[in-house]
Design a protein around this ligand. Structure first.
Ligand code: PEP
Ligand code: MG
Length: 861
């Protein structure tokens, strides 16, 4: 027979912490605390299976439930020595929802259930505290009226405010028993007026009303939306917890509070929380009264003048501190707890794993390993890789004037502005748009695609609805959350030290995937090494052409209409390019460096303004009109699918030839200087046709031979390709004939698989996500079914042709935890991501490996 109701109370329970699916998080933990012998007011949990039954049977309850509830209620009555509905000594209960995972926004709580005209009078007499009794009753009518009967809150608030006005007082605490009695009558009249029937006086009817409301709340629009947003399945259902009330508001020997077993913002092993004397739980949250600190240390740290619980209620505090230690050693994790003190006696009302900042998560995990509570595997598995983003916000405080670059969208010309800026804000674009990619690479926070912003560049203002922000106003942006805040918010310097670096070394012991970085500047390369990068997986050489005078030489090369013209311009760029590589090789000594030959649409480099054209004309020794003509000719209507990637190398071989020469000369120079060989990997972008690669490989091999002959020294190198077009995935076996490695360019692969512009999609993808058409933005998290399937095909076909084929990913997905797990599963050798994401990738890679070993362990069980 199915057990629909599980009891718990002081000393024992039917359930356990592991039964969250059946009892919900709250119910399972109440049972667990009872089993631990902690002081939990007795009660029972109606299971999530009843919720499922309820919805499968036209909102009817299973046979036997009513009897089970009655008998569980009976045992609560016996334990506390009061009776439900008894006019002299009434049992009151709370009714709370409790799903498997916490779901704010669902019906939460009804307190003081069981009160009616008679039991309220009885409670007043028995406690000798009529004010308390009638205050409780009016709170009950208000809560029950709102959450169960659907009478809006504001009706009750209004009546309360009117009454206070009549009495000439401003605080609830200034009202006495008679005031509450008057309000009770007014509240009841209001319910009758709104519903056409009286407020229920029968406690059992009240109880079933509340149970029905909790189950009903599972399908409110709010709850449905919340589940959609958080990927919580509809069929999980909620449990209902019915529990004997204890009162924190019966006098000055009563209190209620919330606490964390450690500091949730720093992770320090200190008891952290607040309480209020003579109050009910909702008063703590409502923020009307100033809560007091639990500990004397907390009080001092916050310069509070109110006494701490440690001094005001020493004995109970000691007991609570004991519970704290007990819970931590039992759950082996930081807990978030709720408690009430009724007439000097402590009661525990809730415990659950506490939410914490990234910094606290690291400290708690590392400390708990030191304390012997958990092992390193558990520590590594516990940190959410994405949360490490919080630690990477960069402070540029020492740099004098700080500027945020605000643009509709950024283009290569903005590179200087981006370098000079501490952050970038654009109204167009998404995760992989130019602004985001470049900013991420530089470690600049960037919010791209803030579609509600209107920028008037001429007037130097930006508008968001009614708010106008002017040039010179202070702004703060959070590249992690996409928030744009008016004013200045303090930021911290990122560093990989202390707990962070310790946990990372543990993660490295478990992972199999290597982690490289996408970097082209010495600053980025150094930073990435500090964060633990094991090489460069993508050096986008085009970014090296944006600096100083190079862009002019680059434009000169593009607008040249003869091979000689191009060679002349390239000759200017070559030494600069070679010096860049020398610098990178020095920094990455001994580690592999993947250099991608020129990729972007030439279109992006075209001079736009007349003054830019004049500058290029002067450098090239041609007329400005000639430059303008060439620029017009080279304009493309679909540049992303146009003259870019290896197509440039095929049509203008002198460009790739120059780059290959610069790479080999740099490698030779560094070898001469340091005696160490540099592991270079030359990568060809946007290959779709195997022949493209074989032509270019032949050319690179030839240049390698020429440099070796001239310098009388060879350096090892590999030629490989990016796989970023669907056709390349399908042709992977043929491409692997000439490719020593593949690096998946999943930005372009996502763009071309979906036929979705990576620069424009963010605008409408939000709508797709909201409506559940796409679970997430595929430019952020790799689409495992479509794009991922192509990756799998390429891995399989490529390795079939060449078993030793090196496989990596260098699209933005390389720094996304879920995508990193995918890469581990399909057997890539490494992921490559922007420097600041290297720790995230290291951790995600370790978790992928740990999940694999535990899955394997299960399989052999
Ligand atoms: C890619 O397409 O995933 C890639 C890494 O190249 P880029 O972003 O430079 O186009
Ligand atoms: Mg690409």
């Amino acid at each position: 027979m199915t057990q629909w109701v599980y009891r718990f109370g002081e000393g024992k329970a039917d359930g356990r912490a592991e039964m969250k699916n059946l009892l919900g998080g709250k119910g399972a933990n109440l049972a667990e605390m009872s089993n631990l012998g902690l002081p939990v007011p007795p009660g029972f949990t109606i299971t999530t299976e009843v919720c499922t039954y309820f919805y499968q049977n036209a909102k009817a309850y299973p046979a036997g439930l009513e009897g089970d509830v009655k008998s569980a209620l009976g045992s609560v009555e016996t334990q506390v020595g009061r009776k439900f509905g008894d006019a002299d000594n009434p049992l009151l209960v709370s009714v709370r929802s409790g799903a498997r995972v916490s779901m704010p926004g669902m019906m939460d709580t009804v307190l003081n259930l069981g009160l009616n005209d008679k039991t309220a009078a009885g409670l007043a007499k028995r406690t000798g505290n009529p004010r308390f009794a009638y205050d409780s009753y009016r709170r009950f009518i208000q809560m029950y009226g709102h959450v169960v009967l659907g009478v809006d809150h504001h009706h009750f608030e209004e009546l309360l405010e009117l009454h206070k006005e009549d009495r000439g007082v401003s605080l609830d605490t200034e009202l006495g028993a008679e005031d509450w009695q008057k309000l009770i009558e007014a509240y009841k009249a209001k319910v009758k007026e709104e519903l056409g029937e009286a407020f229920p006086q029968d406690p059992l009817r009240q109880l079933w009303g509340a149970i029905g409301a909790v189950f009903g709340s599972w399908l409110t629009a709010r709850a449905v939306t919340y589940r959609k947003l958080h990927n919580i399945p509809e069929n999980w259902g909620t449990a209902v917890n019915v529990q004997a009330m204890v009162f924190g508001n019966m006098g000055d020997d009563c209190a209620t509070g919330v606490a964390f077993t450690r500091n949730p913002s720093t992770g320090a092993n200190e008891f952290y929380g607040e309480f209020l004397v003579n109050a009910q739980g909702e008063d703590v949250v409502a923020g009307i009264r100033t809560p007091q600190h639990l500990t004397i240390a907390g009080k001092k740290a916050n310069r509070s003048t109110l006494p701490a619980m440690e001094e005001a209620m020493t004995a109970v505090f000691g007991e609570l501190d004991g519970v704290r230690k007990r819970l931590e050693s039992h759950y082996r994790d930081m807990q978030d707890i709720e408690f009430t003190v009724e007439r000097g006696k402590l009661y525990m009302l809730q415990t659950r794993s506490g939410k914490r900042t990234a910094q606290a998560a690291l400290k708690v995990a590392v400390d708990m390993v030191g304390e012997g509570l958990i092992d390193r595997r558990q520590a590594v598995s516990r940190i959410d890789p994405a949360s490490l983003d919080q630690l990477q916000a960069e402070d540029r405080g020492a740099r004098g004037e700080k500027v945020i670059l605000v643009r509709t969208e950024t283009s290569p010309e903005d590179i200087h502005g981006m370098h000079a800026a501490v952050g970038v804000l654009t109204t167009r674009g998404g995760m992989t748009s130019h602004a985001a990619v470049v900013a991420r690479g530089m470690g600049r926070p960037c919010v791209s695609g803030a579609g509600d912003l209107r920028i008037d560049e001429a007037a130097r203002i930006m508008k968001v609805r009614d708010v106008v922000v002017r040039d010179g106003d202070l702004l703060t942006i959070d590249g992690g959350t996409g928030e744009v805040m008016l004013g200045e918010v303090p930021t911290i310097q990122p560093e990989l030290s202390g707990d962070f670096s310790e946990l990372m070394t543990w993660a490295d012991q478990f992972r199999r995937l290597k982690v490289r970085t996408n970097a082209e500047t010495p600053t980025d390369a150094r930073m990435a090494r500090r964060f633990g990068a094991e090489g460069i997986g993508l050096c986008r050489t085009e970014h090296m052409f944006f600096d100083g005078g190079r862009i002019v030489a680059m434009r000169e090369m593009i607008v040249a209409d003869t091979t000689e013209g191009r060679r002349a311009a390239l000759a200017k760029i070559m030494p600069m390019q070679r010096d860049d590589f020398v610098e990178l090789f020095r920094i990455m000594r001994g580690l592999p460096v993947t250099i991608r030959l020129l990729d972007p649409p030439l279109h992006e480099f075209l001079p736009n303004s007349r003054s830019e054209m004049e500058e290029v004309a002067k450098a090239a020794g041609v007329s400005t009109d000639h430059v303008a003509q060439r620029a017009a000719m080279l304009k493309e209507s679909n540049p992303m699918l146009g003259h870019r990637g290896c197509r440039l190398g095929i049509t203008y071989p002198e460009v790739y030839e120059m780059q290959a020469r610069a790479i080999f000369e740099a490698a030779t120079l560094v070898k001469q200087e340091t005696g160490e060989t540099v592991e270079t990997e030359i990568m060809i972008p946007l290959v779709a046709i195997p022949r493209e690669l074989s032509i270019l490989k032949e050319m690179i091999d030839r240049v390698a031979g020429e440099v070796a002959a001239a310098r009388k020294m060879t350096t090892p190198y590999l030629v490989g390709t990016m796989i970023e077009l669907p056709r390349a995935c399908l042709m992977a076996d043929k491409i692997a004939v000439d490719a020593a490695f593949f690096s998946f360019g999943t930005n372009d692969l996502t763009q071309t698989t979906y036929g979705l512009s990576r620069d424009d999609a963010a605008r409408f993808l939000q709508d797709y996500e909201r409506r559940g058409i796409l679970p997430v933005d595929p430019f952020i998290t790799l689409d495992p079914e479509g794009v991922g399937e192509l990756v799998k095909i390429a891995v399989e076909r490529g390795r079939r042709q060449r078993p030793e084929l090196k496989l990596g990913i260098c699209g933005e997905h390389g720094g996304d935890p879920a995508s990193v797990r995918f890469c581990a599963r399909v057997g890539l050798d490494y992921v490559s991501c922007s420097p600041f994401r290297v720790p995230i990738a290291r951790l995600a890679a370790a978790q992928a490996a740990l999940a694999d070993t535990s899955a394997a362990a299960h399989a052999t069980d």
